[in-house]
Every structure is written in C-alpha cells, then in structure tokens.
Design a protein. Structure first.
Lengths: 522, 118
C-alpha cells in the first residue's frame, strides 16, 4: 500500500500508456479478451486514482520526482534548481484527474456495444487509453516541457479518434481540422516554453514561478500560451474546429475529446494562476479571460440555436458553456491581488467556474451519448428527419431530458448549482456580466427544448416505427453520467466542500505550489 | 568561420521560417501545402530552441571526454530532439488524413473537399 501511494502519480500515467501499446496484440485474442483486459486495466487505474485522491486530500500537494532516490527529492543536493522530471499533484490536478477518470468509465462501457461487430476496435480502445494517459499526464505534470509532450499526445490520440470512422468523408475532415489546430497551438506553446527557458534556465513550473520577473518577454510568452490554450479549449474567436470535430467523433470518444479540451483550460489556469499569479496586476489578464468567456457564451449559443445537426448544436453549446467557466475563473483572476474582493466574491466565482467544469463534462457527455444513440439507431443526426422517437427509445429520451435540464440550469440538476454560484458572485463583480450569463442560459433552454420536441415527440415517423431501444451497454454508460448529474445537483454543498474548494485554494495559493518543489520560499 | 556569422542569425532565420509558415497556412488552399506549412512552423520553433543553447566556439556536451572551456547547453538539444520526434508523428497522421480526404473528395483543395459547414 505504501508503495502504491508513493508511486501512484507515475503508475497512473504509465499503466494506460503501456496498455495502449499492447492492446492491438491482445485484440488478436478475440473481442471478449480485449474488452475484459481494457476494463481490468481501467479498474486498476481507477483504484490508483482513488488512492492518490485520498492521499492528496489528506496531505496536500504530492510531488513525484522521476529517477531520484526519494520521490519527494525535487531539488538534488548541491543544486539550487530542480533538474529532473517532476509530477506535481495538487487538489486542482486531482480534480481534473477525477473528471477524466469518471468520463472514461462511461465512455468505455458505452463503447462496448456501440462498436460491436466493427473492425479496428482494438485500435479504438488503444487510442482511448493513449488519450487517457495523455490527459492524466497533463493534469499531473510539473514542468512545462512535459506539458507540451502530453498536449501533443492528447492531440494525436484525439484526432485519430475523431477520424476513427474513416469511411465517412466528414469524419476525416473533422479529425484533420483538429490535428492541424492542435499542432499549431502546441508549437505556439513550445515557442513560449523556449522564451521562458531562455530567460530563467528552468523548465519546472514551480521554478519558473519562483524566478519570474514579469518582463516584456514574459508577457509575450503569456500571450502565446494564452492564445494556444484558447484555441485548444475552443474559446471564441478561435473555436472553429470544435463543432466539426465533436460532430464527427464516435460517441465513446466525443466526451474524451471534450475532456481533453478542458485539460487545456486547466493548463491555462495553471499558467495564469500558478506561474503568473504573483504578478502585481492580474486584473488585465483576468479581464482578457472574462472577455473570451463572454464572447464564447454569446456567440456559441447564438450559433447553436439554428443548427439542424443534433451533435453540431451540442458542440456549439459546449463552446457556450466553456464561456461560463472562463467567466468564473476570469473574475477570480481579476481580483486575485485584492484580498477583500477575493474573499467577498472572487473565491465563490472560482468555485462556480471550477464546479461548472465537472458538471459540464458530465451532462454534455450524456447529451453527446444520447445524440449518438439516436444516430446508432436511425443513422442520421439531422433533427428535421427525426420525430416521435420517445415512443420506442424511452431510456434515451429520459437521458436527453436530464442532460438538457442540467445544461439549462434547472434546479434539481447539477448545472443549476454551478450556474447559481457563478451568477451570485459575478453579480457582485459586475451586474452586466451576470445578466448576459442568465440570458445565455435562457437561450440554451429554448434551443434544447426545440430539439426535444422535433426529435422525441410528435407522431412517429413511418420509417422509424421499428426502431428499438439501444443495447444495454449504451444505457449503462449513459446512466452512470445521469446518476452523477442528479447526485451533484442534489448535494452541491458536499461536492463543493470536498473537491471544488480545495482546487480553488490550490490555484489561489500559488506559493505553496512553488514551495513543494523549491522548498520554503525565502 | 563562425565568427563572421552574427550571433542572432539563427533567430532571424527562425522568425522568417515561422512567418512564411503562417503565410502558407493562412493563404494556401492545398492541404499538402498546409501540412508543409506546419512542418516549416515546427522547424522554425525547433531552430529557435536549439539556437538558445548554442555558444560560439563551445564544445559538444559530452562529459566523459571534453577539453576545458565552455560547453554548449544540452537541454535545448534534448528538447528539440523530442519535439522533432513528436512532429514526425503529427505530420504522418496529417498526411494519412490528407490521403483519406483525397479518396473521398477526389481532390485536396480545402474549399472543394469541404463537407462540414455552418
């Protein structure tokens, strides 16, 4: 147990990485063996994540130094800076890790029957494991260069998953857009890393944050990093890849690619709060984040309203909901150097923004899966060609309702809890922002209600009289997420206190992140 | 020979490469040229990083057998090597997707092969 606790950060990334490469071999032994192997590996990783989460919750920041005699020996003797590869796991990293691990469970179970009878399944699961490993690496990494490496692994795996159905022309196009956009943004990140390395001779994020002088070059690096991460998290005006990629990706992988985009959002917060957090004037950076958030909320929802492709509509809503998270965290960033405002509303705004990430991933994954369940049965995503599906697909219709009410922020579901936190705190910061946020929420409800009526209610179309409910594994995968949506909506206080508030504290107290690697700050 | 080359020459070259790469990516519609633009962008960034660690007249950083004097910094070289390997994978994946696009649409013009709009 001691061994597992100490080495869990490395094992959580290493095991899925190894599993990804041996899965094509295991796949030759047959479908049943492969599925059992995948789920066994998943169960092992989930156990390790749980062990690490409990550990981080009780002892605080955990670091893991590769190749050192002791895992927490970040700075070797006679050195003044860390030279080894370091994983640094704080409450925020762990929060993202929990999101990714939960979504992966639903996605894997959903895919079991969804892909049944198709060729190349071993490669699908292999890419899923690779994407999972990359996302956990992004969450845990403590140095800038591995951030770049894991970002690229996530891009490659995500693009290959999006283009998995290569027999469809649009799937290849969506995957190609994703890899082009990801490659450009990753190279911008690498360029910024080069600038920071040239100035401070270190790659560890904690060490950069320790030495940073906030010169003009640092601001250029921040601009490059910010632009790169906004591209990857699909913030307006750099969102154009998201609708295409989310639309074409197979259902099991769409939530994973969605989660990967929030890993970039995590990277943005890690850079702005941890590395640039000591900067005397974070207000400008905060307002930049708020403006991207507002644009995403507004443009995303306005583009979504008139879509006829059901997954494309949801993809635009994903952009719009991303705006809420940026709004909450942006408000926190804007008042970071003002302790009274931070305590009055900044901390709540950040809680809301961070809580919205986990809520949004759960209900949007549920909605994507429900949309793809319809596609699975009737072979089209066009809402004009659907009708009366609720008669035969009762479970799918139910899951769609839960997801739609959650995204619109209706009380018993989880979207309400985080949106209320954002409205309340943003109102104290600037009332106009809160009014825009509420307006966007109303339009969201209208948009989902419209699709519900055209797809699920009304007279059944003659062509779909014989449509059956989707197979069991799809229902199980969706019900995991639906139960979580309801649970998080019923007990928001419990969730905020156990996992969200520690994550907020981890972002605000960037000096403890630095101290974990560099020793006590002089 | 090296002393005749200005110290910031590699940075000018990498800036040029990156500038040309962005021009190609924004204004060329051929998908193969787009991939070439990304290859140039990665070369420009790699050149930038490897040039950061270079010192005029310094030795190669091989600790077992090195004459006294300054050494070239080895970390940027390791970073560049990793980045090159990753970019090979990215470019290979992009090219396979271009081939699939060609099979579906019959050409690789980004305007004509488009299916997803709105």
């Amino acid at each position: 147990m001691e061994f597992l606790t100490t080495n869990s950060p490395a094992l959580i990334v290493a095991i899925p990485l190894v599993a990804a490469f041996i899965l094509p071999l295991i796949g030759r032994a047959g479908d049943r063996v492969r599925n059992t192997f995948t789920l066994t590996v998943y169960a092992l990783i989930a156990f390790l994540v749980a062990v690490l989460a409990v550990n981080v919750h009780s002892v605080g920041i955990r670091i893991y130094t590769f190749g050192a005699t002791a895992a927490d020996l970040a700075v070797p003797q006679h050195f003044i800076v860390p030279v080894r590869i370091i994983f640094e796991v704080d409450a925020m990293s762990m929060f993202m890790g929990i999101i990714v691990t939960t979504v992966t469970l639903a996605a894997l179970i959903y895919s079991l029957h969804f892909l049944k009878g198709q060729s190349g399944q071993a490669r699908f699961y292999s890419l899923m494991m690779l994407l999972y490993a990359a996302m956990m690496g992004l969450a845990f990494t403590g140095d800038m260069f591995n951030l770049f490496v894991f970002l690229e692994i996530a891009s490659i795996a995500g693009a290959a998953l999006a283009a998995y159905r290569t027999n469809l022309a649009d799937a290849v196009e969506g995957g190609f857009k994703y890899i082009v956009i990801s490659a450009v943004s990753a190279l911008l990140v690498l360029f910024a890393i080069g600038i920071l390395y040239a100035e401070y001779d270190v790659l560890s994020m904690a060490a950069i944050a320790h030495f940073i002088q906030y010169t003009h070059l640092d601001m250029i690096a921040l601009g490059l990093l910010g632009a790169a991460f906004v591209i990857k998290l699909a913030g307006v005006p750099l969102h154009m890849w998201a609708p295409d990629t989310y639309t074409v990706a197979p259902a099991g992988s769409t939530p994973m690619i969605l989660a990967a985009s929030y890993m970039s959002m995590y990277a943005l917060y890690r850079v702005t709060f941890t590395i640039y957090g000591g900067f005397i004037n974070t207000t400008t950076i905060g307002w930049a984040v708020i403006i991207v958030g507002l644009l995403s909320m507004f443009v995303g929802v306005m583009m979504a309203v008139h879509q006829t492709d059901i997954k494309r509509m949801m993809a635009y809503h994903a952009i719009s909901q991303g705006g809420y998270m940026l709004l909450g965290l942006g408000v926190g960033l804007a008042v970071l150097s003002n302790p009274t405002a931070l305590e009055a509303f900044g901390r709540d705004a950040m809680n809301g923004g961070i809580f919205h990430i986990i809520n949004h991933v759960f209900y949007k994954a549920l909605l994507f899966m429900a949309a793809e369940a319809i596609f699975f049965r009737i072979g089209t995503r066009d809402t004009n060609k659907m009708g009366g599906l609720a008669r035969n697909m009762k479970w799918t219709a139910g899951f769609y309702i839960i997801g739609a009410l959650a995204i619109a922020g209706i009380p018993p579901f989880n979207g309400f809890a985080s949106k209320l936190l954002i409205y309340e705190s943003v109102l104290k910061f600037n009332p106009v922002l809160a009014i825009i946020a509420m307006f966007v929420s109303l339009v969201t409800l209208a948009s989902f209600a419209k699709v519900f009526y055209s797809a699920f209610t009304g007279a059944p179309m003659p062509a779909y009289k014989q449509v059956k409910e989707v197979p069991r594994s799809l229902i199980v995968g969706m019900s995991i997420l639906a139960v979580l949506c309801i649970f998080f909506g019923l007990f928001p206080g419990l969730i905020v206190n156990t996992i969200v508030a520690p994550a907020t504290n981890a972002l605000i107290n960037h000096s403890s992140y630095i101290a974990a690697v560099m020793g006590a700050v002089p | 020979m090296t002393e005749y080359i200005p110290a910031n020459f590699p940075f000018v070259a990498s800036a040029l490469l990156i500038g040309i790469a962005f021009y190609i990516m924004l204004f060329r519609r051929n998908l193969i040229k787009l991939v070439m633009g990304i290859a140039m962008l990665s070369s420009g960034v790699n050149l930038f990083i490897v040039a950061l660690g270079y010192r005029v007249g310094a030795n190669a950083p091989i600790y077992t057998d090195v004459p006294p004097g300054p050494m070239v910094l080895s970390v940027p070289q390791a970073l560049t090597l990793t980045s090159i390997v990753i970019n090979v994978a990215v470019l290979a994946l992009m090219l396979t997707m271009v081939i699939h696009t060609y099979r579906h649409a019959g050409n690789i013009d980004s305007e004509k092969s488009r299916k997803l709009k709105g």
